[in-house]
Design a protein around this ligand. Sequence first.
Ligand SMILES: Nc1ncnc2c1ncn2[C@@H]1O[C@H](COP(=O)(O)OP(=O)(O)O)[C@@H](O)[C@H]1O
Ligand SMILES: [Mg+2]
Length: 229
Amino acid sequence: MIDLRHVNKSYLQGDTAFPVLKDINLHIDEGEFVAIMGPSGSGKTTLINIIGFLDTAFEGDYLFQNENVAAFNRATASKMRNQHVGFVFQNFSLINNLNIFENVLIPLSYGGNRRSDVKEKITELLHSVGLVDVETKLPRNLSGGQQQRVAIARALANSPQFLIADEPTGALDSHTSAEIMRLFKTLHQQGVTIIMVTHDEHVALQSDRMIKVLDGQIISDTEVSHANN
Ligand SMILES: Nc1ncnc2c1ncn2[C@@H]1O[C@H](COP(=O)(O)OP(=O)(O)O)[C@@H](O)[C@H]1O
Ligand SMILES: [Mg+2]
């Protein structure tokens, strides 16, 4: 599904190009649960921004279902994101003055859906992430873990082909992190493809495949053994 070949990315500072990703070769299949680890500044966010069609200014090839992502213009990239990718961030990125219903509605409102169909769908989405009766609440009236669940429901709204989560447990205590990881595992078992960046080895060990990045290069790519659980 996702196929990066010799991907390089540099940021310009003045006249100097600073390489941030160096010859990335990466293949991710539908149905995988991948964790990307590495120190701060190693290029993890840059990499997943490319994977999620947020950044198409790179060198090399990215084939998504055999389409050439480097050739996407802004409108195509944005349409591909809305159709195929769900994003989850460290700080939830909910809109504070919209209630939970309206937050989950945002990605659905692009598709010309009828409000009555959407109402049922939003209740189902919230239910699937373990939330009931929160539709009329504001984000600030929910706990951090609940807000992240709303963000995950929103990310799933258009039935994306894959979820990208950038440090999804980075702002949560260890107990709440474990709950969110259980939710990711359940979603994965239901068929959702997940690509997650994390600093936390405990969190990464919940995935099936651990990719380590250092200084813009993939230094290891290993299967995670679940033999003992
Ligand atoms: N928009 C940008 N302009 C210039 N440099 C950037 C930009 N975004 C990231 N960088 C630099 O690229 C490197 C990798 O950043 P990033 O991908 O955010 O790393 P990580 O997510 O692993 O912490 C860092 O040195 C960072 O300072
Ligand atoms: Mg980052």
